[in-house]
Write a protein that binds this ligand. Structure first.
Ligand code: HEC
Length: 137
């Protein structure tokens, strides 16, 4: 009986907490793909609602992203630096700025404002390096 309870408990836990490492790595791959899709639309001068919805997805990804780094989720398959644990404020701040750039890119795309889209798209591209150089091994 005890074993059964234990198995049930472990199962429930793994369902609740899934695997933050693989979850966040998948989100980064999605972010990468979405940026490429946005690039293609911009290159074809398609500043429209499709582009806006890509930025909306990015906004959503980067909003949840910093919640996927519990203290016990470092090492192993993860390339995340333990600096995240020691500097959560900065990590969260970079994520927040990225989220804001995505929100502004979305609005600009909806309004068809090419120059602004370019500006905020560049900011999103800059986010990769500013976060990776500090927080990715
Ligand atoms: C707020 C911080 C942050 C931002 C912004 C960010 N990254 Fe990351 N990225 C990380 C961290 C941390 C990892 C390592 C996560 C891990 O392995 O646990 C990572 C990992 C990755 C990976 C590897 C995923 C895998 O399969 O293991 C890719 C690809 C990636 N990032 C692409 C990007 C791109 C492209 C951008 C910008 C357009 C970007 N990232 C912006 C923090 C960030």
């Amino acid at each position: 009986m005890f074993k059964l309870i234990l198995i049930f408990f472990l199962l429930a836990q793994s369902l609740l907490y899934a695997n933050p490492i693989s979850d966040r790595q998948e989100l980064m791959r999605d972010y990468n793909k979405l940026m490429r899709a946005a690039n293609n639309l911009i290159r074809e001068n398609e500043i429209n609602d499709d582009l806006a919805s890509i930025y909306e997805e990015i906004e959503e990804i980067i909003r949840v992203y910093p919640t996927l780094f519990p203290d016990d989720s470092f090492g192993g398959k993860s390339k995340a630096s333990t600096d995240i644990i020691d500097n959560r404020e900065l990590f969260n701040q970079i994520a927040k700025e990225t989220e804001n750039s995505a929100a502004l890119a979305k609005l600009s795309a909806q309004e068809g404002e090419f120059e602004n889209v370019m500006q905020f798209h560049q900011n999103l591209f800059g986010s990769c390096k500013s976060c990776h150089s500090r927080f990715k091994n």
